[in-house]
Every structure is written in structure tokens, then in C-alpha cells.
Design a protein around this ligand. Structure first.
Ligand code: MN
Length: 227
């Protein structure tokens, strides 16, 4: 085995509810997966092919704190179901898709909305608005053996106790098996890949000092302080 020529970058892991750790390989995030959110962002909610962007594995952060990021004055919360894969492949059939899921969690797709908006206007990629340090607060992943495959139930987010976002997982335009199957036609999925499954309407800005409480029925509650 030859030695690496630089210090080996750390494998990024997120916690699981049973005290283990889940190594993260890729982070796929779906856009506009709730009709009411598509409308609030100025888009037609009709079912068109799904689209995905990516965050970086080490953007996921289970610390419970979200440091207000630089170069923005409009950071938005997006509460999302997190799906963790234990296996993958290409061209995965819809009927096989859920066999690849290890578990589920609660996550936040934090977004520098002002920078994302500028990129959209110029037809440029979204990374600067989406894939920044600690932009993906997460709670522990719960194994399918505990939580099943949640496809309905309230998904909500409060800021300092005030309700901001509310929906139901059954309102997702693209369901978890469909996202897995679709992604696997374009990419080779693998153990350690996670999917952030889209946000209901009500996205809005947070400020330093705010406390966000993200909840998904039957999955859990994630509390994150903006610092
Ligand atoms: Mn999102």
C-alpha cells in the first residue's frame, strides 16, 4: 500500500440512533418536491421530472448548532426527510428501491437564498447557496427496523416556537422509491449515499440566536441553534 502524499481527509460520518455511525459518501438533494413550496418559489407545481443538486458529505452536521454563514443576509431553513442508503447500484427498479434504504432521519437543507437567487438568475450552479460549511444540520439516522419506511406523517419546523413550515410526507411529489430509482438511472448509487427528500412550504430566514425545531412524525425532532 502506497502512502498518501497529503494527510488523509477524514471519512465523514453522522450518528445513528443506536449509537453507531453512518459513513456518508454523497448527498443528493431534490428540488421542489412539495407543490406548495414550488409555488412559493415561483414555479409551476405540475409534476415534471425531478431535479437534484448535491451538498458535500462533510456539510452534514449533527452538532445541534448552525453557525450563521458568511456572504449572505438571507439564510433559509428547509426541513427535510433524510434517507440513508446501505447499498445501491444502477437502474434500480421501483419495486427494489426501498431494499437499499438503511434508515431515516430529520435534516435541514440550510440555504443562502440570496446567493442561490443570484445563481438562478445567471443560470449558474447552486453550490454557493447550498453546499457551504455545516449547511446540512442532521439528527441521528434511525434504522428501518425501528422506523419502517415513513411515507406519511406531519413534517414541520418552528423557529423560537413559532410555526414556519408544515406539511405531510404524503404530499411529496416524488416518493422515496421514485427518487432512488430515478437517481440510479443517472448515477451509480452506493452505501453511504443520502437523499434529502425536499421541503414543504414556509421556508424563511433565520437570524443568529434563533432556535429551529424540525420534526417529522414517527422519525424524530431535531433542535438546532443558530449561532
Ligand atoms: Mn431543499
Amino acid at each position: 500500500m502506497s502512502e498518501h502524499v497529503i494527510e488523509t481527509p477524514k471519512l465523514h460520518v453522522i450518528p445513528t440512533s443506536d449509537g453507531g455511525s453512518f459513513p456518508v459518501r454523497r448527498v443528493y438533494c431534490i428540488g421542489r418536491n412539495f407543490a406548495a413550496h414550488a409555488v412559493e418559489m415561483g414555479h409551476d407545481p405540475d409534476r415534471e421530472p425531478p431535479f437534484f443538486f448535491q451538498k458535500n458529505p462533510n456539510n452534514l452536521d449533527a452538532s445541534g448548532e448552525f453557525p450563521y454563514p458568511p456572504h449572505t443576509s438571507d439564510v433559509h431553513h428547509e426541513v427535510e426527510l433524510l434517507v440513508g442508503l446501505k447499498s445501491g447500484g444502477t437502474n434500480i427498479a421501483l419495486s427494489d428501491a426501498l431494499k437499499h434504504v438503511w434508515g431515516y432521519g430529520v435534516s435541514l437543507d440550510m440555504t443562502r437564498r440570496d446567493l442561490q437567487g443570484e445563481m438562478k438568475k445567471m443560470g449558474r450552479p447552486w453550490e454557493i447557496g447550498k453546499a457551504f460549511e455545516r449547511s446540512g444540520p442532521v439528527g441521528p439516522l434511525l434504522p428501518v427496523s425501528d422506523v419502517g419506511h415513513p411515507d406519511q406523517g406531519r413534517i414541520a419546523l418552528t423557529v423560537n416556537g413559532d410555526l414556519r413550515q408544515e406539511g405531510d410526507l404524503n404530499q411529496m411529489i416524488w416518493k422515496v422509491p421514485e427518487m432512488i430509482s430515478y437517481l440510479s438511472e443517472y448515477f451509480e448509487l452506493s452505501a453511504g449515499d443520502v437523499i434529502m427528500a425536499g421541503t414543504p412550504s414556509g421556508v424563511n430566514a433565520v437570524e443568529a440566536g434563533d432556535t429551529m425545531e424540525a420534526s417529522i412524525e414517527s422519525v424524530g425532532v431535531l433542535t438546532v441553534k443558530v449561532v
